[in-house]
Design a protein around this ligand. Structure first.
Ligand code: FES
Length: 273
């Protein structure tokens, strides 16, 4: 039977977790466990062993725990309990620092909000520079390689009667010398524009047939430029032709003469020679 008159010394037993933590911090054994481990006695049989700490010998300081390699090659230390790789500790620390650097409401999984804003500004700046470059390029268009509208084609005595095709490709005209013009009724030169009056194709000069023939729809023009077959609705046009100050023939394509308008009788539509 228990002695009910014997005074009982009050003992305050901390929770198991606190006791273990205190033991880890101080190196002292946990209550109810380390004492039994030291003495080899059953803790259940000595419930009051912790009631008199003054009589207990001071525990010897523990040497620092040596790293223990496990089968996976990991090293178990006090800093990495449970065999966590020690090399991962700095990465974890960096991740924790990054997490603490973010705004509390920044939940972006890839980049921080500041990084996204920087990326957006970079893209906007690049687009602005490209638009500015395109605008600058628009201010300086390509050089047009169109032939000049006025050009000299040599002296009158360099030409014989008939059609001269030297200037068809370069300037887009046939220079024709005739003994009797259809409208001026004198000898001289006229310059025919090499553009079909149907839909704008370039006719060919057929010397054997003494005519100009359009390859697109078959329109035919006489050497005077008057249309006589095919869908072309009117004669070829003539360009202004005059004698330059140096005596050369000057052709001016900026001014056209149309026969259906009575313009072939203009003095500059024909160069007398
Ligand atoms: S474009 Fe010359 S005939 Fe049609």
């Amino acid at each position: 039977m228990a002695d009910e008159t014997k005074p009982v010394t009050p003992t305050i037993t901390p929770p198991a977790g606190e006791a273990t933590a205190a033991a880890v911090k101080t190196g002292a054994p946990a209550a109810g466990h380390s004492a039994s481990a030291a003495t080899g006695a059953n803790p259940a049989a000595t419930p009051h062993a912790t009631a008199t700490p003054a009589a207990r010998p001071a525990p010897a300081p523990r040497p620092p725990a040596a790293p223990i390699p496990d089968l996976a090659g990991k090293t178990t230390t006090g800093a990495s309990p449970g065999g966590a790789p020690a090399a991962k500790a700095p990465a974890s620390a960096a991740a924790a620092a990054t997490a603490t650097a973010r705004d509390p409401d920044d939940t972006s999984p890839l980049l921080t909000r500041r990084a996204w804003i920087g990326l957006a500004w970079g893209a906007f700046s690049a687009a602005s520079v490209a638009a500015l470059a395109a605008t600058g390029r628009f201010m300086f268009p390509n050089v047009l390689n169109e032939p000049p509208q006025q050009f000299k084609v040599g002296f009158p005595n360099e030409y014989g009667m008939g059609v001269d095709e030297r200037w068809k490709e370069k300037f887009g005209i046939w220079l024709v010398r005739v003994a009797d013009d259809i409208d001026q009724h004198v000898s001289g030169f006229y310059a025919l524009i090499v553009t079909c009056t149907h839909l704008g194709c370039t006719p060919n000069y057929l010397a054997a047939e003494s005519k100009f023939k359009c390859p697109c729809h078959g329109s035919g023009f006489r050497l005077t430029g008057v249309n006589f077959e095919g869908p072309a609705p009117r004669p070829l046009e003539r360009a202004r032709v005059v004698l330059a100050d140096d005596g050369q023939i000057l052709v001016d394509k900026s001014r056209h003469f149309q026969r259906e308008l009575g313009q072939w009788t203009d003095p500059e539509a024909f160069l007398k020679a």
